[in-house]
Design a protein around this ligand. Structure first.
Ligand SMILES: Cc1ncc(COP(=O)(O)O)c(C=O)c1O
Length: 392
């Protein structure tokens, strides 16, 4: 018997206005092109192509071989991993974190963004998100029922939040603000002065700051944590990740750090969503955090060489850019003859079979930009340069 007037699987209202992730769509198009023999060079995505340190893989292998490592794990994460995160934060960021209460391992920082939104947002609460910025902040906040208010970052203001502009808003309903330095996609490094201003702003208006910090070790000699600013724990939680700094994007492992109360609040949500991660993976991640300067230097020396090639590619496209950027990408302004980055990206994709991300996917403040990934070998980038030259 068929029910009258009732349809199966009507998608929930919370997904209205939420589209499939841009890259998930674009990768399908690239797949189709590859099936047609085009061998597209993908300079779009920031998924490190280099492997983790061999000791990390060895730890995973050795631990996975033990018969007693396969059960459900603690929701709070393994104490070994939490201790390693605490030591890592102390060593590199000079931040004290209690491994028992101020650290929560995550299945990647992307899931943390969703957990934070689900933990704090009531329908109608306002969330401040950066433009240009990582698209997940907006979608996660919307799914959680927030009114999203986008704050524009401008080149002339070092891609920092414009606090004067922010002060003009009605900030009473603003509950949460996402911030991310080194910024993706602009590659902008933070400054201590800006961090101090941010904390003062958050305290003045009782806004929780979620600082997303996955890029601080990439092409940057001075990793900074927002939690390193005095008094930050009152208003800041920080996400961090193994994806970029340790070449472990596919492992899905990250962390949330902050005051004990915040960690407990987020755990109230998260412990209802998933269970603790596979223990060998957590132990291997702990190993990764013990790596010394040589590891970060070796990763960065590869990115530095690739970046030179990417600069060459961008010159060929007549783009302009700041050479002092951190993170896995180069952010570059397109020449004025193009309407926007989509137009230039499409031209390069169809003419040269090279995919470069249009800056507009990070918000309209990125419309006149492109973002080129450093997660491709020098040979691939050289090949992309040759293809672009021949397509001209
Ligand atoms: C700014 C930013 N935050 C978070 C993430 C997600 O990282 P993870 O792999 O830890 O989920 C990314 C990934 O590209 C990112 O660019």
């Amino acid at each position: 018997m068929k029910m009258e007037n009732k349809k199966i699987a009507i998608v929930a209202d919370r997904l209205s206005g939420i589209e499939e992730y841009y890259f998930s769509q674009k990768l399908r198009q690239i797949d189709e092109m590859n099936k047609a023999g085009k061998q597209v060079i993908n300079l779009g995505i920031g998924s490190p192509d280099l492997p983790p340190h061999p000791d990390v893989i060895k730890t995973l292998q050795q631990e996975a071989q033990k018969p007693n490592q396969h059960g459900y794990q603690n929701y709070k994460g393994s104490p070994v991993l939490r201790n390693a995160i605490s030591k890592w934060y102390k060593k590199w960021y000079k931040v004290e974190l209690n491994p028992e209460s101020e650290i929560l391992p995550l299945i990647g920082s992307k899931e943390g963004i969703m957990h934070v939104c689900m933990t704090y947002i009531n329908p109608g609460d306002i969330v401040l998100i950066p433009n240009p910025g990582y698209p997940t902040y907006k979608s996660a906040a919307k799914i959680a029922g927030a009114n999203v208010h986008v704050y524009t970052l401008k080149k002339e203001n070092h891609w920092f939040p414009d606090f004067e502009e922010l002060e003009k808003l009605d900030l009473k309903k603003v509950k949460l603000m996402f911030v991310n330095y080194p910024e993706m996609p602009t590659g902008q490094l933070p400054s201590k002065e800006m961090f101090l201003e941010l904390i003062a702003f958050a305290k003045k208006h009782a806004i929780l700051i979620c600082h997303d910090n996955p890029y601080s070790f990439i092409l940057n000699d001075k990793p900074m944590s927002l939690l390193g600013i005095e008094g930050a724990k009152d208003v800041v939680i920080e996400l961090n990740s193994f994806s970029k700094s340790h070449n472990m994007a596919g492992w899905r492992i990250g962390m949330l750090c902050g005051a004990k109360e915040r960690i407990e609040e987020v755990l109230r949500f998260k412990s209802n969503m998933d269970s603790g991660m596979f223990l060998p993976l957590q132990l291997a991640a702990a190993k990764a955090l013990e790596l010394d300067e040589e590891w970060y230097d070796s990763v960065n020396s590869v990115y530095k060489e690739r970046r030179k090639k990417v600069f060459e590619l961008l010159h060929l496209l007549n783009c302009s850019f700041d050479e002092n950027q951190a993170g896995l990408f180069v952010w570059a302004e397109i020449p004025s003859e193009y309407k926007n980055g989509y137009e230039l990206s499409d031209k390069v994709l169809s003419g040269a079979n090279v995919f470069i991300t249009p800056g507009g996917i990070f918000g309209n403040a990125g419309d006149k930009y492109l973002r080129v990934s450093l997660c491709a070998t020098e040979e691939k980038i050289s090949e992309a340069i040759n293809r672009i030259k021949s397509a001209k």
